[in-house]
Write a protein that binds this ligand. Sequence first.
Ligand code: HEM
Length: 499
Amino acid sequence: MAETTTRTGLPKGFRSAEQGWPGLHRIPHPPYRLPLLGDIVGASRHTPLQDSLKYADTLGPIFRRNAFGKEFVFTWGTGLVADLADESRFAKHVGLGVANLRPVAGDGLFTAYNHEPNWQLAHDVLAPGFSREAMAGYHPMMLAVAERLTEHWDRAAAGGRPVDVPGDMTKLTLETIARTGFGHDFGSFERVRPHPFVTAMIGTLTYAQRLNSVPAPLTPLLLRRASRRNAADIAHLNRIVDEVVRVRRAGGRGDGDLLDRMLETAHPETGERLSAENVRRQVITFLVAGHETTSGALSFALHYLSREPGVAARARAEVDRVWGDTPAPGYEQVAKLRYVRRVLDESLRLWPTAPAYAREATRDTVLADEHPMRRGAWTLVLTPMLHRDPEVWGAEAERFDPDRFDAQAVRSRPPHAFKPFGTGARACIGRQFALHEATLVLGLLLRRYELRAEPGYRLRVTERLTLMPEGLRLWPERRGTARPAMPESTGGDEKPTRP
Ligand code: HEM
């Protein structure tokens, strides 16, 4: 007989909220709920996150949605999210979009169930790859990749041409994680079209999101072609990754990067090593998790910098002051860009590019003394709403204002009000990597260019589990040079940011 429970004794597969929330009837849901179909009136399968933000506005800090009989609870009120951060009662829940990525990433670090032994093993083996020393070692490679970007932008600036910001940031972040982590060069900047790895990755992320908007029994019928394409995408990712590993094994050791750790490092206590299959899962995990979200974060930050001349001028003045005209800013000089970092934080506040994380009760408990949850019941934390909670961020939470992250303002806020990297033991292992890389790149771009916005551009956000500004183009202009002819910029008139 097929197993119906996990090793922890909880039911396998999707756990609908009726099973675990005895007080569910007290949690509001959108109006116009339809039998069998659920809350689909006014919802789009392309923008599930942005639809949830609209519902959150009217339904409040905890609400539920139903899609084809599957009931989910969403949470975003700061008090509720702070309670969910209590690791003695709650843990990561691998469900929805994350569970849909299991066929690609298996028990890799991001998609592993909490009870899977490979999570702890990989975490312990790979965590030193994100230490301060390791980061300082990656810094020169990050700088070298950023120079490829500026060469490309210099050509655009000289020709008065716009740059495709999300496309270029994706090239940059993919090359950065591939080189620092795996000694691999995808040659992204030499390509006109995205590398096939990126195309296959976007395919699998989009498919994982689509699976949530189709009733499970109808998946084989409605997504037949899409699932064939998804299988081909996964096979393609596997082939690319297997080649990266083959080259490393054939060529001997790298310079102690993540791949060396995956292949050679034994667990300090148990002596265990990652299996070949698990290495494949981890390489895919790191190549995907290590670039897609950082690329989005950089793109949103550049959007705001192009729209807020006052902020850009202040950030640029800081870079000039801290870096002077040193051609290659050192590792330590990046952390000194405090205001640039605030720009990044504020962009991640409005658009946390991994916009939700799920938490499950590890025992019967009551959330915030109000909502009983049985062991295994779970909820999705909506970080873009948490980051707009008016009780914490004020009535003007939509306004872009990096000063919200000056030290005193941060101290005055309750803990857990800002969670772009998730929470607890399963929070982002690459946080420092992403912040260092993105601050460095913003510093380099601010120092070198004025960033002019496209006239009439209004922020639109694409969703594929992660968030990305859609169709964002900028005109970089080398500082200290004459302006090439281009349409008048609309910089500075940005309205509140929700599309
Ligand atoms: C701005 C950039 C980034 C954002 C916003 C981000 C966000 C997140 C979030 C929210 C989680 C928790 C997910 C959950 O609870 O289900 C997470 C986990 C993770 N992230 Fe990131 N991330 C970023 C960059 C990176 C980078 C650069 C790497 C690798 C180099 C990385 C690797 C991972 C991994 C492996 C996990 C799973 C950790 C575990 O469960 O042990 N991320 N990230």
